[in-house]
Design a protein around this ligand. Structure first.
Ligand code: SF4
Ligand code: SF4
Length: 229
């Protein structure tokens, strides 16, 4: 990032570079903040004259992605589950397989094996194998748990970035952030578009997988407060 500070070629690409230029040394809070401003459009990587194989090996999207993953681990709740993020693919596979097996066993126990092979016709037949209550309550509980995790994580992230309550109720900053978010201000990559997921330019590709729209309000709000935007 010290190289970027000196180079500044990418300063129009997104909110990361103007924010980065405000510092000569970076605290952990600064890094967390910058990492979550980046939405992995990869413009700066494909434009960079110092990217690999250059000896400097500058790869800002990779660096930011690693930092973000670290913040996801730190901010997950309960902390004991943060290890799942290290082996995300394996965890999702095991949980999906385990959940399917549990549902199958519960159906056998409570509904009997016959319902699995019988033909169900008429009103309510959709719920003969897995009753309506069993189909709706668990997803609601999981969604509520997700909401709690999201709220806890957001609050920890907010504290770590050093932002105050005034950032939340700064209407001018919120308006600026909302306009940037819905105008996809940083999805244009300086004009030509984003290079996600490869070198080809696209105006929209980065917005779906990167959650950039959600991250922009956080960044713009604080940047405007500090006179960056
Ligand atoms: S990513 Fe590369 S081109 Fe862009 S500011 Fe940093 S050093 Fe310069
Ligand atoms: S990958 Fe895109 S959003 Fe991230 S720092 Fe580079 S230009 Fe900015």
């Amino acid at each position: 990032m010290m190289i970027c500070d000196a180079c500044r070629y990418c300063e129009d690409y997104c909110a990361v570079f103007p924010a980065m230029e405000q510092r000569r040394m970076f605290t952990k809070a600064d890094l967390v903040y910058l990492a979550n401003l980046c939405f992995d459009c990869r413009d700066c990587y494909y434009a960079c004259q110092h990217a690999p194989p250059h000896e400097f090996g500058v790869n800002i999207p990779k660096l930011m992605a690693e930092l973000r993953t670290e913040t996801y681990r730190e901010h997950s709740w309960p902390a004991i589950l943060s290890g799942l993020l290290r082996r995300n693919g394996l965890a999702v596979s095991l949980i999906t397989g385990g959940a399917t097996l549990v549902v199958f066993i519960l159906v056998l126990l409570f509904m009997g094996p016959v319902v699995l092979t019988a033909t169900h016709l008429g009103e309510g037949s959709f719920y003969r194998v897995v009753p309506y209550v069993a189909m709706t309550i668990p997803p609601i509980l999981i969604a509520l748990y997700g909401l709690v995790v999201f709220t806890v994580g957001a609050s920890r992230f907010w504290r770590e970035t050093g932002a105050g309550v005034s950032d939340v109720i700064n209407l001018a900053a919120l308006w600026h952030a909302t306009r940037d978010a819905f105008g996809l201000a940083y999805m244009k990559g300086g004009g030509a578009g984003c290079n996600y997921p490869n070198e080809t330019f696209s105006q929209f590709a980065a917005s779906v997988p990167s959650h950039g729209v959600l991250r922009i309000p956080v960044g713009s709000s604080r940047d405007q407060r500090s006179g960056l935007l």
